[in-house]
Design a protein around this ligand. Structure first.
Ligand code: M6R
Length: 364
């Protein structure tokens, strides 16, 4: 049932404040701003290494998770696309943690990676949306995302719920390992508790995004840029757009601009910059200036301070409230999803069932 929405994807985008809230409530003690994970069959405090593996959007959630694990828990994380991990014969020290992220829990490459890690003595933890899935069954521990059924082929609410789980786990790991104090934990949990409200704020920008989608639908190629946790979001924004609107899009770490993609910049190519005002904002601002100097069309997702400090003319600037850095991926994800969705609607494509794609990729 799509409710009042034209497509399942629209419904699922709008459900996010609620389902991310449910997922957070499952892992956090919201009244006391503490993490409260279900009991895990291994000791987080003694882990030395984490390997994350997933495909598509779930991989991008894992990539954001890597930034969090490293920052909060000072745990080294390697992350691979599952189709690479399963064949590259990575040496894995026994006793490490291997994390598999999957909405369906049936993705062939992710499952094969899980089996490889299990054979090599890893503790297997999966973040899945379907608790009865094969990946869940073969894991030593399951941290479910409480997104509810996701029908649209383009993953939206599963992605932000995956972020909720990974953030909770990273904070728990930081506490267990002593890299976060109790006060740090409370500050981070309070930030996470605020995420659903900020996602609701992002949804309020929908009319403006819809207006921009008409212009974007005329583009042949679109570039997405971001730094830090906004870099995986740039990748996710590009995937979402190409998957449902069939417009070619690429996501890049903003710092890579001058290592190649800047050659593409001209008046016809929209450059979507995801840049909340943070400690590396100025670096991204100088990338925007490089784009502007070459006549590029900039579409900026930022906050009030970022809009003020950007120092460039943009085609459109979308301003979200200020928020702690930890939760920007939740709110900014909503904007890139809405942009892809409305562009696809203008193009008239089959949003929920894009050509050549299946919801669950059970063959490699
Ligand atoms: O079910 P999974 O999360 O394992 O699926 C992984 C990818 O196939 C999936 O995220 C895919 O990239 C989506 N269509 C993206 O919107």
């Amino acid at each position: 049932d799509k409710g009042n929405h034209r497509h399942f994807m629209a419904k699922e985008i709008h459900e996010q404040p609620e389902v991310v809230g449910h997922t957070l409530a499952y892992y956090l003690d919201m009244a006391n701003d503490r993490v409260r994970l279900p009991k895990l069959p291994f000791d987080i405090a003694s882990l030395k290494h984490v390997a994350i593996s997933a495909c598509g959007t779930a991989f991008y959630a894992g990539l954001i998770g890597k930034y969090w694990f490293e920052r909060f828990a000072r745990l080294p994380v390697e992350i691979d696309i599952a189709s690479e991990f399963r064949y590259r014969e990575a040496p894995l020290e026994p006793g490490g943690l291997a994390v598999f992220v999957s909405q369906s829990g049936e993705t062939a490459d992710t499952l094969a990676s899980l089996r490889y890690a299990a054979q090599h003595g890893q503790n297997i933890l999966s973040v899945v949306n379907v608790p009865t899935s094969t990946i869940a069954r073969e894991s030593h521990a399951v941290m479910p995302t409480l997104a509810g059924p996701e029908i649209g082929v383009a993953s939206t609410k599963a992605f932000t719920c995956q972020l909720a789980v990974l953030a909770s786990l990273a904070v728990a790991a930081g506490r267990a390992r002593g890299t976060l104090s109790e006060v740090d934990e409370q500050r981070l949990v309070a930030a996470l508790v605020a995420a659903p409200g900020l996602m609701a704020e992002a949804l309020k920008l929908e009319p403006q995004i819809e207006a921009l989608a008409r212009n974007l639908s005329k583009a042949k190629d679109v570039l997405y840029l971001g730094r830090g946790t906004s870099y995986p979001l740039a990748l996710e924004g590009a995937l979402k757009l190409k998957e449902i609107s069939y417009i070619h899009a690429e996501g890049y770490a903003a710092g890579e601009l001058k290592h190649g993609p800047i050659a593409l910049i001209d008046e016809t190519m929209p450059v979507i910059v995801i840049a909340p005002y943070d400690r590396i904002f100025e670096k991204t601002a100088s990338n925007m200036q490089e784009v502007a100097a070459r006549g590029g069309r900039i579409i900026l997702f930022t906050d009030a301070k970022g809009a003020e400090e950007a120092g460039v003319e943009t085609e459109a600037t979308f301003v979200l409230p200020d928020m702690p850095a930890t939760i920007t991926p939740f709110a900014y994800a909503v904007l890139i999803q809405l942009l892809a969705y409305h562009t696809a609607v203008v193009m008239g494509t089959d949003v929920d069932q894009p050509r050549n794609l299946a919801k669950s990729v059970t063959v490699e």
